[in-house]
Design a protein. Structure first.
Length: 241
């Protein structure tokens, strides 16, 4: 589901100079035609036919000018989110996996409109990066639906969705969320800077890294943690000491 939306508005400054002259000629011609009809001493059929033809030509010129101009897509306004920038990793995570998460999350924050990222796998939040939320993550109906369909869900304007409380783990006021499932056992949440900020190319980029990350997590045999350092063997105490 693509989250990219275009908003159009007329922009006079973007109309090319030839189109401006064409528009001015059409307006001027229509005005002169109306003036001629109003000031005529007598309205005969020949004058009426000439007035209709002149009006059609003037309107045609104005339509050409409108088609010549172009509509300008407006990017959604960026929301000023409150929160602390940082990186939080599960401390017991294996070093290779921690490096994979750190590298991939930095890439997503740089290449996409994501303001915050959260990765949850098998009941544990492995990573928070970007603007950090303070609430714990509890997967709800939207996350479970993403896992069951094996497809990302893009919430283009979070405040319009009744299930938005599911994403209190992200910074307060996050306007858009992309829920990317990691198989059936985890999720990658990306909070955007503005409504409708994630384009189709952003979704493909996130989906590609999520697939690679899922394979890395599964290859860890379900225990992506550092093994505890073995304790030093105790020196046997000689009898009678």
């Amino acid at each position: 589901m693509s989250a990219f939306t275009l908003t159009f508005r007329p922009a006079v400054s973007t109309i090319p100079t030839p189109a401006r002259f064409t528009l001015a000629a059409g307006v001027l011609g229509l005005g002169l035609c109306l003036l001629n009809q109003l000031t005529a001493a007598e309205l005969n059929p020949a004058l009426e036919r000439a007035g209709v033809l002149a009006s059609l030509m003037a309107v045609g010129l104005m339509l050409v000018a409108v088609l010549w101009s172009r509509a300008v897509p407006l990017a959604p306004e960026r929301v000023e989110l409150q929160g602390e920038q940082g990186l939080k990793l599960e401390p017991k995570m294996a070093e290779e996996l921690a490096l994979e998460l750190a590298w991939g999350s930095r890439l997503l924050l740089t290449a996409t409109p994501a303001a915050s990222l959260l990765i949850h796998w098998r009941g544990t939040t492995l990573l928070r990066r970007g603007l950090l939320g303070t609430s714990p993550f509890e997967p709800g109906e939207i996350c479970r639906r993403a896992s069951s369909t094996a497809r990302a869900i893009s919430l283009v304007n979070l405040k319009l969705y009744p299930g938005r409380d599911e994403f209190r783990c992200l910074p307060e006021g996050t306007p858009a969320v992309l829920v990317q499932p990691l198989g059936g056992e985890g999720w990658l949440l990306a909070g955007g800077w503005s409504p409708r900020c994630f384009s189709r190319s952003d979704e493909i980029w996130i989906e590609g890294w999520a697939e690679k990350l899922r394979m890395s997590l599964e290859q860890a045999d379900g225990v992506p943690w550092r093994e505890e350092e073995p304790s030093a063997p105790r020196t046997p105490v000689p009898p009678g000491s």
